[in-house]
Design a protein around this ligand. Structure first.
Ligand SMILES: Nc1nc2c(ncn2[C@@H]2O[C@H](COP(=O)(O)OP(=O)(O)OP(=O)(O)O)[C@@H](O)[C@H]2O)c(=O)[nH]1
Ligand SMILES: [Mg+2]
Length: 197
């Protein structure tokens, strides 16, 4: 799929502030703070400055909507699991994320996991939550440029102690060299054309 246009639409905390729903499903990116959600949005849209990225976890505090090819939305969500912010603030971000996930919007959720980390309790909560609410989701392993092929095998083994998945059913991506981008985009396209429900 070719991304001809990608535009920031708006930031929102509450459902009433989300842009009007489109006919097409929207694609949301969730995961721990710093896992690379905003970088992934930039990588797959080919717009390096579309979503704000940061070395400091907790950069994205609101839900950011991007309109792609005037057809569908990518939704960049605030990350979870960042310890070094005041409790009240953390709660607020969590609520912003939960409100989105609980909203009736037609969505496909990409759950991002850092290939070098065993999934945290919060990652597992997220996966359980998506299952519980019957929300379709796909896992994307991020920062693949940080691991060799050998490391990857070992990392997947460690990750499998916590979660179960088929290698064919997950994505592997690097925002540094954009490897894996086409696979994610083809999947997005297949969802839009209705090949996958
Ligand atoms: N090497 C490498 N670094 C990456 C990759 N993706 C993201 N990063 C780096 O990881 C840091 C966090 O990236 P972001 O995209 O801002 O992460 P985020 O998940 O949006 O973080 P929050 O908005 O805080 O939830 C930045 O320093 C990025 O440059 C990747 O694929 N490879
Ligand atoms: Mg971000």
């Amino acid at each position: 799929m070719i991304i001809k246009q990608a535009d920031f639409v708006k930031s929102a905390a509450f459902e009433r502030d989300y842009p009007e729903e489109l006919i097409n499903v929207e694609f949301a990116f969730v995961g721990r703070s710093n896992v690379g959600k905003s970088s992934l949005v930039n990588s797959i849209t080919g717009r390096s400055k579309l979503a704000k990225t940061s070395k400091t976890p907790g950069r994205t505090q609101l839900i950011n909507y991007f309109l792609i090819n005037k057809e569908f939305f990518f939704v960049d969500l605030p990350g979870y699991g960042f310890a070094k912010v005041p409790k009240a603030m953390k709660k607020e971000w969590g609520l912003t994320m939960e409100r989105y996930l609980a909203s009736p919007r037609k969505k496909l959720v990409f759950v991002l996991l850092d290939i070098r980390r065993v999934p945290s309790g919060e990652d597992l909560d997220m996966l359980r939550w998506l299952d519980h609410y019957d929300t379709p989701f796909k896992i994307i392993f991020t920062k693949m440029d940080k691991v060799s092929n050998n490391d990857k095998v070992k990392a997947l083994k460690d990750i499998r102690t916590k979660i179960d998945f088929d290698n064919d059913d997950v994505f592997f991506h690097s925002s540094l060299n954009n490897k894996g981008k086409e696979e994610v985009l083809s999947y997005v396209e297949s969802c839009l054309t209705g090949e996958i429900e």
